[in-house]
Design a protein around this ligand. Structure first.
Ligand code: SF4
Length: 677
C-alpha cells in the first residue's frame, strides 16, 4: 500500500478566492518527495478547502501537510482538527514562514495547536521528505514516528518537550527539485484560473529585521538553472495561453540582481511575442543594483512594475531595522529614467518602524513624491513570526510597540459549519509614533492613492511642476483640506477613518467573537467589512464619485497653484481643459456593460497630449491651438478583454472592483487611450 499524502496550500473562500496564486510551494514539496519515493507514495494537491474536505471524506489520507502563512494558518489548523476528529493516526504537518525561529516561541506555537503533529523548519522540501521517509519505515505504527528527532522538523513529545531535528542544509542546486509545472503536477490549477507563481532563485542577501527572509539561513541566493527556467516558463506560457491565464508573479526576493535575470526577462519577452503571455508580471526587484534591474527588465516595458521599496527614508530608522537604501540622488535619477521610459515603478514604506516619527515619515513621503516615482504605497507593519516584532517581547518594549489583531483581507470562511478567520498582528503605534499619527498617516495615504498614484491626475502633477511648485506640497495641501471635499466624499473619508479603527481588535479572541456572530459575519460576506480598507474606500470613490472627486481635486489644485505660483491669469482656463481631459480618460472606467461606448470624441483648445510628453518645466499655454483639435478617447480590445475577465473573476460589485484595482495593476489600466484625430 502506498502512503497517501494530501498537501494543501489553502485559500479562504468566504468572499471569492482570497489568495489567487498557484500553490507552487506544495508543488515543489510534492515534486521532491515523488522524486525520492515515487513507488511508495501517492500525493494529491489542494488549493480550495471544499475540494480538500471532499477528498478527505472520500478517502482519508495517512498524512495531511498544510502550508502555514499568516493568511491561512487557522484554515490549515481547521483541517488538522478535522482529520484528527476522523482518525487520530493521520499525521498532520505544517510548513511555511508563519513559524517562530526560537525554541521558546516554537514550543508555544505547538502547545496552542495540539492537533498539529509536526512543523518543518526552514526550507520545506528536504524536511518533508524526511517525514515521509520516517513514516515509510514505520508503516502501521504512528507512535514510532515520534520516538526520534526528524531532521528539519519539530514536534512535541508525550511529555510536552519540543523535539528538534538537526537543521538541514539548504538545497544549493535547486534543479534537484523537478519542476512541478513541467511534470504536470500543477496542471489542474490552470482550470481554476489562478495566478501563476514561479521561482527562479531563492534567498536574500539583505537582513531587514521585519522580514523572515532576512534570517542568516536565507542569506545565500541559490538558483534554478537557465534550462530549468526556460522549460518551466515555456510550459506555463503554452498552458496559460490555452486557459486564458494572464498574470505571472515571480517569487524571487530580488529579481534583476543576478546577471541571469536579464536572460529570464528576454525569455518572458519572447514568450509574450509567441504565446501572448504574460499580460503582466509582478516582481520584487533588487534593492541596490537598480541600474542592473532597469537594464535586465528593459525589454518588458510597462508589463513589469519595478518596486523601489525603501520602507523608511530616515537613516536612523534604517539603521535600527538593519536596512540600507540607495542614496536619494541616485534614487531620483533612476525614477526619472524609468519615468522617461514610460515604465511604472512604485515605492513602499512601512509604518510604524522603530524610531520613526510622524514628521520623519511625512518628510520621507515628500521626498519620494518629489522624485519621478509613479506610485507610493504605505503599509502597516505586519508583526511576523521569525522577526523580533512577533517573537521578542523585550524588543517591543524597547520601542513601545502597540499592536492589534486584524483580519487579513478576505481571509475568512465557513467550513463544516465552523467560522474560520485568519488574522495578523499589526503594529499601530510606538513610543515615537502615536496611534493618532497612525490614523493621520492613513488619511494622507488615502490622499496619495487618490491623487498621486494611478496616473489619473498626471496632467495636474505635470502642471504643478510647470508652475515651479512641488508635488509633495500639493499633496499636503489637499490632505490639510480633506474636510472641504464634497459632503458625499467626506462621508466616505469618515467611513475610512472609522473602519481603520474598527478593523483593529485588542485580542484575537475579541476578533473571533465579533465575526463569529452571524450578523457580523454577513458583513464580511457582503464586503462591508474585512477587506483592504484603503483600497475599498479608494475603489468606492473612483467607482461612484469619480466626477465629484475630479471637480474637487481640480478646484483644490487651482487654489494651491494660485496661492503659490507667480503667473496666475491663465490658470482657470488651463485647469478647465485639464479637468475635461481627466474626465474623458476616466469616463466609464468601472462600467462593465456590453453597451459601453468604446470611442468618445471631444474638442480641446490645448494640445494636452503633446504637452504631456514634454519636460517638467514646459508650460501648457505653449500648446494653445486657436483652431482647436479633436481627441478620441478609446478602450482598446485588450482593455475590454481585461474588463470582461474581471467581471467573470471578481463579480460586478464593490469587492470585485477592489480586487480589480489591486490585482490588475492599477486604475490606469482602465483609463481610455487618448489620440488626436
Ligand atoms: S530585501 Fe526584501 S526579502 Fe530581503 S530581507 Fe529585506 S524585505 Fe526581506
Amino acid at each position: 500500500m502506498k502512503l497517501r499524502i494530501y498537501l494543501a496550500d489553502l485559500t479562504h473562500t468566504g468572499l471569492g478566492t482570497a489568495t489567487e496564486a498557484f500553490p507552487l510551494n506544495i508543488g515543489l514539496v510534492a515534486s521532491y518527495c515523488l522524486k525520492n519515493f515515487k513507488n511508495d507514495v501517492e500525493i494529491k494537491l489542494f488549493k480550495f478547502p471544499e475540494d480538500l474536505k471532499k477528498s478527505i471524506d472520500e478517502k482519508k489520507p495517512h498524512l495531511l501537510g498544510c502550508s502555514n502563512y499568516s493568511w491561512n494558518c487557522n484554515l490549515s489548523y481547521h483541517f488538522a482538527n478535522y482529520v484528527k476528529s476522523i482518525d487520530k493516526s493521520i499525521v498532520t504537518v505544517f510548513g511555511g514562514t508563519n513559524y517562530p525561529y526560537d525554541i521558546y516561541n516554537q514550543k508555544l506555537f505547538h502547545k496552542k495547536r495540539p492537533n498539529l503533529d509536526i512543523h518543518t523548519f526552514y526550507e520545506g522540501e528536504k524536511s518533508f521528505s524526511k517525514i515521509v521517509e520516517t513514516m515509510l519505515s514505520n508503516i502501521g505504527n504512528v507512535k514510532k514516528i515520534f520516538e526520534k528527532p526528524i531532521p528539519g522538523c519539530q514536534f512535541l513529545n508525550k511529555e510536552g518537550q519540543l523535539i528538534c531535528g538537526e537543521k538541514l542544509q539548504r538545497i544549493k542546486l535547486l534543479n534537484e527539485i523537478p519542476s512541478p509545472y513541467v511534470s504536470g503536477l500543477l496542471d489542474k490549477f490552470f482550470y481554476d484560473k489562478l495566478s501563476i507563481l514561479v521561482e527562479t532563485a531563492r534567498g536574500c542577501p539583505f537582513k531587514c529585521n521585519f522580514c523572515n527572509a532576512g534570517d542568516a539561513y536565507y542569506n545565500k541566493v541559490n538558483q534554478f538553472s537557465n534550462e530549468y527556467v526556460e522549460d518551466e516558463f515555456t510550459y506555463i506560457a503554452k498552458k496559460s495561453n490555452k486557459h486564458d491565464v494572464r498574470h505571472v508573479t515571480l517569487a524571487d526576493n530580488n529579481f534583476g540582481m543576478i546577471p541571469r535575470d536579464a536572460k529570464t526577462a528576454e525569455l518572458i519577452y519572447s514568450l509574450k511575442q509567441k504565446y501572448n503571455w504574460p499580460k503582466s508580471v509582478t516582481v520584487w526587484t533588487g534593492k541596490n543594483s537598480k541600474e542592473r534591474v532597469i537594464d535586465a527588465t528593459k525589454l518588458l516595458g510597462d508589463t513589469i512594475n519595478i518596486s523601489m521599496s525603501v520602507q523608511s527614508m530616515d537613516p536612523k530608522v534604517l539603521e535600527k531595522i538593519s536596512r540600507s537604501n540607495i542614496k536619494l540622488d541616485h534614487y531620483k535619477a533612476i525614477a526619472k529614467e524609468l519615468s522617461n521610459q514610460g515604465r511604472p515603478e512604485h515605492a513602499e514604506v512601512i509604518i510604524p518602524l522603530p524610531g520613526e516619527t510622524f514628521e520623519t515619515h511625512v518628510k520621507g513621503l515628500s521626498e519620494l513624491i518629489d522624485t519621478d516615482i509613479s506610485r507610493v504605497e504605505v503599509h502597516t507593519l505586519q508583526m511576523l513570526h521569525g522577526t523580533p516584532y512577533a517573537d521578542d517581547k523585550k524588543y517591543l518594549e524597547k520601542y513601545g510597540y502597540q499592536y492589534k489583531s486584524r483580519l487579513v483581507p478576505l481571509d475568512f470562511g465557513k467550513y463544516n459549519n465552523d467560522y474560520v478567520f485568519d488574522y495578523e498582528l499589526a503594529g499601530v503605534a510606538t513610543k515615537s509614533f502615536s496611534f493618532k499619527d497612525y490614523i493621520e498617516s492613513r488619511k494622507l495615504t488615502l490622499i496619495i492613492n487618490l491623487c498621486f498614484n494611478g496616473y489619473t491626475f498626471n496632467p495636474i502633477k505635470k502642471y504643478i511642476l510647470s508652475n515651479d511648485l512641488r508635488r509633495s506640497d500639493w499633496i499636503k495641501y489637499i490632505y490639510k483640506n480633506m474636510d472641504k471635499f464634497d459632503a458625499s466624499i467626506n462621508d466616505i473619508f469618515e467611513s475610512f477613518v472609522s473602519e481603520s479603527k474598527s478593523e483593529l481588535w485588542d485580542s484575537e479572541e475579541e476578533l473571533i467573537n465579533n465575526y463569529s456572530n452571524e450578523q457580523n459575519y454577513q458583513k464580511l460576506v457582503k464586503g462591508e467589512a474585512g477587506g483592504n480598507v484603503t483600497y475599498k474606500h479608494m475603489a468606492w470613490i473612483f467607482a461612484e464619485k469619480s466626477q465629484i472627486l475630479i471637480d474637487d481635486i481640480c478646484e483644490f489644485s487651482k487654489k494651491f497653484i494660485k496661492s503659490s505660483a507667480k503667473i496666475t491669469d491663465s490658470i482657470d482656463d488651463e485647469m478647465n481643459e485639464i479637468k475635461k481631459y481627466i474626465k474623458c480618460i476616466t469616463s466609464d472606467s468601472f462600467k462593465f456593460t456590453n453597451s459601453l461606448e468604446v470611442n468618445k470624441k471631444f474638442k480641446f483648445k490645448y494640445d494636452i497630449l503633446s504637452w504631456l510628453k514634454t519636460g517638467d518645466k514646459i508650460k501648457l499655454k505653449d500648446f494653445y491651438n486657436k483652431d482647436s483639435l479633436i481627441i478620441n478617447f478609446e478602450y482598446d480590445q485588450d482593455q475590454l478583454d481585461v474588463k470582461r475577465d474581471a467581471i467573470n473573476r471578481y463579480g460586478n460589485n464593490m469587492s470585485g472592483t477592489v480586487k480589480l484595482i489591486q490585482r490588475v495593476g492599477g486604475i490606469h489600466r482602465f483609463h481610455r487611450k487618448a489620440a488626436i484625430i
